[in-house]
Write a protein that binds this ligand. Structure first.
Ligand code: DO4
Ligand code: MG
Length: 281
């Protein structure tokens, strides 16, 4: 089951057809522990629509309402390695090694809904940054009771020059206008995503691939449930929340994003999230 947030309403794609919940409100719709079962029940009373592709193509929004976006860090060995390297000169490398092995994960606040970029729109790099990367991340939709009810694709845009200068600059490296891409939908499978689900990324510059990479969720050091559990320890989320689970793909040190680059992230059956790199106007 794929749930799309569109300008004409909430669109649910099932194997047997597409259904439009035109009057539904996103926050109430998505924040339900029995999301899949309740939607399957609702559609028995509905007629499928025939113009779903058009509605998705022309009016697709980020799958978010009032939810906060949080992120986990250093959940893959590759992220630990890349961060240790970038922070070495500043003497901060050791922190990344310690957090990778620690019981408590790194969790940080990533974005308010207004700082999130929807599919096909611009994600930004900062004017005061010289080294920027996208981070392709499995992103959890978690209900207000702490249950993982679905998945989407997240792009945790990051300034490596700012983060590498001093780990205390992390909030500035991570949170700014259009710092997060999310979409294209919330995927609600019958069973939790399997660990062999692939995450892949391609970065295109003037139509040519300048970076690509892939990894599977099996390389993630922590489980989605573990990360959600830590986040919900001392925080309440009345509308549920979105949690990015960290990147396992980091380009080599000589790569930085440029304005105009196209970033394409695909995760298993969720779909593909495409964003264009821009800068704050
Ligand atoms: O500690 C810095 C951020 C880590 C991160 O965003 C990641 O590993 O994905
Ligand atoms: Mg990240």
């Amino acid at each position: 089951m794929h749930i799309f947030n569109t300008r004409s309403g909430i669109l649910v794609r099932l194997e047997n057809g597409d259904y439009l919940f035109s009057g539904a409100e996103w926050n109430e719709f998505i924040n339900r522990d029995q999301l899949r079962e309740q939607i399957l029940d609702d559609v028995t009373q509905m007629k499928p629509i025939t113009d779903a592709d058009n509605r998705i193509k022309q009016g697709l929004l980020a799958p978010i309402g009032r939810q906060e976006v949080w992120a986990a860090g250093v959940t893959y060995f590759r992220s630990r390695e890349a961060r240790m390297e970038e922070a070495e000169a500043a003497g901060g490398g050791d922190f990344y090694d310690r957090v990778y092995y620690a019981q408590r994960p790194e969790l940080f606040f990533k974005a308010t809904p207004s700082r999130v970029a929807g599919p096909g729109t611009e994600v930004y790099i900062r004017h005061d940054s010289t080294w920027d990367v996208p981070e392709p991340e499995l992103t959890l939709m978690i209900s207000s009771s702490g249950k993982i009810v679905g998945y989407t694709i997240g792009n945790d845009m990051s300034s490596r020059s700012i983060e590498g200068e001093n780990p205390l600059y992390l909030p500035q490296a991570k949170s700014y206008e259009r710092c997060a891409g999310l979409g294209p939908c919330i995927y609600v499978p019958e069973q939790p995503l399997s660990r062999d689900t692939e995450v892949s990324i391609g970065i295109l510059r003037q139509g040519k691939t300048v970076f690509s990479g892939d990894i599977t969720l099996a390389q993630m050091k922590r489980t989605p449930e573990e990360l959600a559990g830590w986040l919900f320890r001392e925080c309440e989320f009345p509308d549920g929340c979105l949690l990015m689970t960290g990147t396992g793909i980091v380009p080599n040190t000589d790569f930085t994003l440029q304005v105009g680059d196209e970033v394409k992230i695909t995760i298993g059956n969720i779909g593909t999230l495409v964003n264009i790199v821009g800068k704050k106007k």
